[in-house]
Design a protein around this ligand. Sequence first.
Ligand code: NAD
Ligand code: UDP
Ligand code: UDP
Length: 329
Amino acid sequence: MSIVAKRVLVTGGAGFLGSHLCERLVARGDDVLCVDNYFTGRKDNVAHLLGEAHFEALRHDITHPLFVEVDEIYNLACPASPIHYQFDPVQTTKTSVIGAINMLGLAKRLKAKIFQASTSEVYGDPSLHPQPETYRGNVNPIGPRACYDEGKRCAETLFFDYFRQHSLKIRVARIFNTYGPRMHPDDGRVVSNFIVQALKGAPLTLYGDGSQTRAFCFVDDLIEAVLRLMAAPDHVTGPLNLGNPQETSVAELAELVIALTGSRSPIIRRPLPVDDPVQRCPDITEATALLAWQPTTPLKDGLTSTIAYFDRLLGDRTGGTASTVTAAA
Ligand code: NAD
Ligand code: UDP
Ligand code: UDP
């Protein structure tokens, strides 16, 4: 009897989280199909996997139907940083909603288990801290973040309706701010912005007074939780908060990045974007109980390896050493 590898589809597989997920799945022997339209993802993120016998990449936009044969689906396709998802907001909503319908239709036909990368943004600008899964959120439905927030909320609705109506096996994770190597250098997210600015010796752009908080999870910790959730018994549908509950203000993050890079960059103030949540921190009690999981990477360690990644990336681009900084560090 031959052992047949599990066939796994990862949408958004060439993105930041998707590429780490593909890597883990290939390493454990799954047969991985990475689907991506390369809007914010990059072929470079998965180039090292292309030589693997159990990995293939397909250019496809999930707002169009997809007919492939797989056993499991991880639906990660969607721009995730505010500047990327606000670039073409109508397409963002289409990706979240129509893309979810297509991937759910695919899962229904194949009786495949399907994972949805939902987000802490479903809580909007929360009035409850930290946020448990039972909190219903405080989202502005007509603001600039709504294409993403409401798109992801509607996707959750669709997942639970396919679960109830078609008995689909679903897993929904509400992912909180995650960072690490392979973030897009121009995605405008705070960790990538601050590191790239610090490495270039450019001013770090602090929006507002920097007292707003986020809780930053290192990518390896997050992917471990995603895999555990997918492997959990079928009654564990989520939605489950996945993130690191250590809350940090954005101003503290700026200081930490400057210290870790040894940069001489100043910090400058910029206006706070519209609807920017004041405070965000996951309550991961449920995830810890159900998955026997909690993040283990301290912010300082995760930032150090992310800084090393960006240092190499910027160095490759300029053909020299990345920074002003390595010398000072
Ligand atoms: P990313 O932008 O690096 O990855 C998204 C990927 O989806 C990209 O490769 C992009 O090209 C692809 N994509 C976008 N629209 C597509 C479409 N219509 N068809 C096919 N591919 C498409 O972002 P990420 O941080 O890796 O996020 C991955 C998922 O996790 C997203 O769904 C995001 O909403 C969710 N998430 C991420 C975070 C985080 O902090 N990184 C937090 C919450 C939720
Ligand atoms: N779909 C897909 N691949 C499949 C099966 C379905 O992309 O293998 C799409 C299909 O085009 C449809 C969507 O998924 O638009 C929802 O499918 P479902 O069967 O739930 O609904 P219906 O086809 O009845 O609208
Ligand atoms: N931010 C900042 N400077 C930057 C980029 C972001 O001060 O260069 C702030 C932003 O206003 C927000 C926080 O950092 O309060 C996190 O922003 P990000 O875009 O990374 O993700 P969000 O959690 O808002 O989706």
